[in-house]
Design a protein around this ligand. Structure first.
Ligand code: NAD
Length: 319
């Protein structure tokens, strides 16, 4: 099963890292990028890449490769339409930071049967082929969607790819992923932008800036188009998270303006951070993919911190 070839569409930070990691695990991997520059850079590093989308998809169809969409949300529609026309039978996954919006796009082109969403929770503020590394996903959570439609065999292919890249698999429903990603990824992007912009208006601030400012604004260095693409595609969940944060900050503001202590916000935040530090990560070992209620079982395990560290058994397979 892990011999399934991998076809990566988009050779930026994430697609390029995935290509390196999958190749390092001994997988046959080939890829496409729309700009010749990245294709040539990847070739120079010894990877099998092209800027010919039809050719790469024909090859994927012939080898029944697992196709990985590694482009930003606005680029998905065009690629999905090509996949439908040339390689509709291939198993399909993605790495996109939002899952609901991608499901809608995949459903709209009629490819839902072979699709299992994915999201490696790893990255840097840099973009493009040169920014990628084979180690990017080592030890990182990689969400694999357990929505009602997902096919056990495709799910196992995506799980194995994530494990081959050194990640731990977190099973989650797309809707729950998006609510969580809004709070731990998309909201931090907005807060980092606001923090950086605020400091940028204060004379001397950059001259004094140290760890707090660097850590709190790190993701503000991400390419603006990528930030907009993920935040705008998860607007509903992001609004809920943003409202909660604004509410907490407004309470803190009231306290400051009335000379009252900041206890509420600071205690709440401190307690949550301490809980995060000791959050359990039990290994999921007993679920058999494809057995009755396997999706519900995995979603519940993922919700309570469970991770898959080595491949789960698939119903009907040996071992
Ligand atoms: P990147 O900018 O490094 O790479 C994006 C790739 O998409 C490039 O190869 C680019 O050529 C290609 N692309 C862009 N627009 C395109 C278009 N219209 N048609 C065809 N190709 C196009 O970005 P990245 O960080 O690798 O992000 C790729 C995906 O990974 C995004 O969906 C993002 O949400 C997701 N992701 C990013 C991070 C992160 O930290 N950067 C983490 C996890 C997931």
């Amino acid at each position: 099963m892990t011999n399934t070839p991998v076809c990566v569409l988009g050779l930026g930070l994430i697609g390029g890292s995935l290509m390196r990691a999958a190749a390092g695990a001994g997988r046959e991997v080939f890829g496409y990028n729309r700009s010749l520059e990245a294709v040539q850079a990847a070739r120079a590093d010894g990877f099998d890449t092209t800027e010919d989308l039809d050719a790469v998809l024909r090859r994927a169809a012939e080898g029944n490769a697992l196709i990985v969409l590694a482009v930003p949300v606005p680029a998905l529609g065009r690629l999905l339409a090509h996949i439908r026309d040339v390689a509709s039978g291939c198993p399909l996954t993605d790495v996109t930071s939002v899952k609901g919006a991608v499901l809608d796009e995949v459903r709209a082109v009629g490819l839902l049967d072979r699709f299992v969403g994915g999201h490696p929770m790893a990255g840097t503020a840099h973009s493009g082929w040169a920014a990628g590394t084979a180690e990017l996903f080592v030890g990182a959570p990689w969400v694999v969607s357990v929505d009602d439609h997902v096919d056990p065999e495709v799910w196992a292919l995506v799980m194995n790819l994530a494990l081959d890249c050194g990640a731990v698999v977190v099973p989650a429903r797309s809707e729950e992923h998006d609510a969580a990603a809004a709070t731990i990824s998309h909201l931090p992007h907005l807060l980092a932008e606001a923090l950086a912009a605020t400091a940028g208006e204060v004379p001397l601030a950059f001259a004094l800036a140290a760890g707090s400012f660097r850590d709190g604004t790190r993701v503000a260095a991400t390419a603006p188009d990528l930030v907009r693409a993920m935040c705008e595609a998860n607007a509903t969940h992001l609004l809920t998270a943003l409202d909660r944060t604004l509410n907490l900050l407004n309470h803190a503001r009231d306290a400051l303006s009335q000379d009252k202590p900041l206890t509420d916000l600071v205690d709440l935040g401190h307690a949550a951070r301490i809980r995060y530090d000791s959050f359990p990560r039990p290994e999921i070992v007993t679920t058999v993919i494809g057995e009755d209620r396997w999706r519900e079982e995995l979603a519940a395990a993922g919700r309570s911190g469970g991770v898959i560290r080595s491949a789960l058994r698939v119903r009907g397979s040996r071992g």
